[in-house]
Write a protein that binds this ligand. Structure first.
Ligand SMILES: Cc1cc(CN)n(C)n1
Length: 331
């Protein structure tokens, strides 16, 4: 099998996250979910989510599906890097993305979601596309959609073609040559503890010299920004007039009318350029002349994260062969 599905920005003003339509159950219930290579739980707003925590999200009602089965005695609870979280119980049911159907997918129904999920009314849940070792279901961990779908895919891969303030695509089971230029550069993935962890070959700021230094981090479609070591981040903002590291805004900000340099990162011998427009993420509040940077320090996180700001500058292949690798191409 092969399949494709849209990755649509949830906000027209800035790329905070992308959602993809999925179907669950019989008859199919359609939800818009955030495909997240930085986690491995598939969870949804549901008929089990308190009404006070639901604000316009689509919900999955297992009782309305003739193919749903409660996974008796199983629960889940997850906390993300941004402090958001959710927990609940587990069903199995038919689950499809882009026409790729998995009959007994573990679908984690939320009994509680944190406030940032309640307020984000355009996200009905997440599809974890990290490695199944990260799945939080207890007492038995469950497989991700990709792990369940892999045997029926023409090739054990999925690709991300995320775009700046535009609809992109996730493809499953094939590599669409029309979506990229030049060659795909594949690098090894360390699957411990369960992220798509790889090592970049270095970085450059604007037209400055390229610094060949290994930067190990995760490819995370569920994180908006890029988080790198402080030395790299300060080298970047040194080139931005009026940039400061704001404690009140929680990161590097600058006047929105400042000229930003592009940010270059290496994958093997290949180079990828994040254009200035992607490096200015959003005004700190609507209409403010102060903008929040798309590149921030990872010093408070403990790992480096190549989030959407970097991923949308490339065509990315998540190769689920053994051993897994990750491929990057310009587009
Ligand atoms: C909800 C959510 C997902 C992610 C990335 N894995 N973050 C940081 N927050």
């Amino acid at each position: 099998d092969t399949g494709s599905a849209a990755a649509t920005p949830i906000d027209p003003r800035f790329d905070i996250a992308y959602v993809t339509p999925v179907t669950i159950g019989t008859p199919p219930q359609t939800l818009q979910l955030d495909l997240d290579t930085g986690s491995s739980d598939l969870w949804v707003f549901s008929s089990h989510t308190p009404a006070s925590q639901v604000r316009g999200q689509q919900i999955y009602s297992p009782d309305k599906s003739t193919t749903s089965k409660l996974l008796d005695g199983h629960t889940w609870s997850i906390r993300y890097g941004d402090g958001s979280g959710s927990r609940g119980n587990v069903y199995t049911d038919n689950f499809a993305i882009g026409g790729i159907m998995v009959e007994t997918q573990a679908v984690e129904t939320a009994e509680e979601v944190s406030s940032s999920f309640t307020t984000e009314d355009n996200i009905d849940g997440l599809v974890g596309l990290g490695f199944s070792t990260l799945n939080t279901v207890s007492p038995e961990g469950q497989l991700t959609f990709f792990d369940n779908a892999k045997p029926k895919l023409d090739a054990p891969v999925f690709t991300a073609d995320l775009k700046y303030m535009k609809e992109g695509t996730y493809d499953f089971g094939f590599i669409d040559e029309s979506k990229y230029t030049g060659e795909i550069t594949y690098v090894p993935v360390d699957t411990d503890p369960g992220y798509w962890t790889f090592t970049s070959s270095g970085y450059g700021v604007g037209s400055g010299t390229f610094s060949s230094s290994p930067i190990t981090g995760i490819a995370d479609t569920g994180t908006s920004l890029v988080y790198l070591p402080t030395a790299i981040v300060t080298a970047y903002y040194r080139q931005v007039e009026g940039a400061t590291n704001s404690r009140s805004y929680g990161g590097y900000v600058f006047p929105c009318n400042s000229t930003l340099p592009p940010f270059v990162f290496g994958i093997g011998e290949a180079k990828f350029t994040i254009p200035p427009s992607y490096m200015s993420y959003a005004a700190v509040t609507d209409g403010s002349p102060t903008c929040f940077g798309g590149l921030q320090s990872s010093s408070g996180i403990g790992i480096n994260i190549w989030g959407d700001v970097a991923l949308k500058a490339a065509f990315v292949v998540f190769n689920g062969e053994e051993p897994p690798t990750i491929g990057w191409a310009n587009k």
